[in-house]
Design a protein around this ligand. Structure first.
Ligand code: HEC
Ligand code: HEC
Ligand code: HEC
Ligand code: HEC
Length: 215
């Protein structure tokens, strides 16, 4: 009797464990699928232009726009010479430079990682064209989801766009990874002052927001 009971109990324990495992397995699957659906992607400055012409036009003339081109041969020659870099060299395949001179370097939707001996897929090549340089979404977050919300809801709450991937307002922590003394052209005592630089017209011109998005 005891034996039978143990066997039954054992089978029950095993079955419960199996159900629990399967259950957990499918739950993880669901969460991952869900997160994938919600994963915001970069849509490029051209898409932001439609609704933010003033910022787009001024940014288009900025150094941020051309910060990828700065890595090409014969660009920013004086700055490169002063930093003891070779102005004839092409730095656009150098990952140590690309991580700060492109948007979202090496992330799933950003500028694709450059790995020796590995060629990009067509999709990656297309993505690279959209993420060269420091464009809007490097500071404001990938825009595929929040731009759709704003289209239908001009009076959105800031917490709503943040939940969809926006960095609003941009903060010191979002600039920090790139604005540290790691770039060869930076002076030895380079220091980034967020409060001073955040409203710099070197980024773009500003326009006061029409609606109150607090909350
Ligand atoms: C992904 C890297 C990256 C991030 C993030 C980033 N920057 Fe930059 N920033 C650069 C690079 C690269 C340049 C140099 C552009 C050039 O000279 O080609 C630059 C240049 C600038 C300049 C100088 C423009 C000029 O006219 O000289 C300002 C101001 C600036 N960034 C502010 C910010 C602020 C504020 C943030 C955060 C809200 C920020 N950056 C986030 C990489 C970044
Ligand atoms: C940690 C991030 C970072 C890395 C790594 C980095 N850069 Fe930069 N780079 C910047 C930022 C930020 C600026 C703008 C600095 C400023 O506003 O003074 C800049 C500016 C420049 C400029 C413009 C200087 C000028 O005065 O016009 C050149 C050229 C440049 N970088 C080349 C390179 C090269 C080549 C490499 C790789 C060997 C590299 N950078 C690596 C962040 C980086
Ligand atoms: C280097 C970082 C950086 C880049 C690149 C950048 N912005 Fe900004 N943006 C900021 C900062 C910082 C603010 C000011 C936030 C604040 O007021 O505290 C701002 C503010 C804004 C605002 C709010 C209204 C205003 O004018 O202040 C809009 C809209 C905007 N940016 C759109 C854009 C668009 C569109 C692009 C690309 C064409 C872009 N930004 C590129 C950093 C950036
Ligand atoms: C369909 C139109 C539309 C598109 C596309 C769009 N936006 Fe906006 N955005 C808005 C509206 C509307 C507001 C609120 C304007 C106001 O209050 O005056 C706004 C506000 C903002 C703000 C201020 C955020 C805050 O509340 O602090 C930033 C920054 C911004 N947009 C960046 C971007 C960037 C970057 C892109 C591209 C990835 C983009 N937007 C695409 C319509 C759009």
């Amino acid at each position: 009797m005891l034996r039978v009971l143990t066997a039954v109990l054992g089978a029950y324990v095993l079955a419960t464990a199996a159900v629990a495992l399967l259950g957990v397995g499918s739950f993880v699957g669901e969460v991952q699928a869900d997160e994938k659906k919600k994963d915001p992607t970069y849509i490029s400055a051209a898409k932001c232009k439609k609704c933010h012409l003033k910022q787009f036009k001024s940014w288009s003339k900025s150094k941020l726009k051309t910060s990828f081109d700065a890595l090409k041969p014969d660009q920013r020659v004086e700055a490169k010479k002063a930093a003891k870099l070779d102005p004839k060299k092409d730095y656009t395949k150098d990952p140590t430079c690309l991580k700060c001179h492109t948007t979202g370097y090496g992330t799933a939707h950003g500028y694709p990682a450059v790995v020796k001996g590995k060629t990009w897929t067509d999709a990656e090549t297309a993505r690279a064209a959209l993420t060269e340089g420091i464009h809007c979404e490097a500071c404001h977050g990938p825009g595929s989801l929040y731009s759709v919300l704003k289209k239908n809801n001009k009076k959105y709450k800031r917490s709503e766009i943040v939940a969809l991937g926006a960095i609003a307002p941009p903060n010191a922590a979002s600039c920090a990874p790139c604005h540290v003394k790691e770039c060869p052209t930076m002076p030895a005592d380079y220091k980034f002052d967020f409060e001073k630089d955040k409203l710099s017209e070197g980024i773009h011109k500003h326009k006061k927001l029409k609606y109150n998005h607090d909350g």
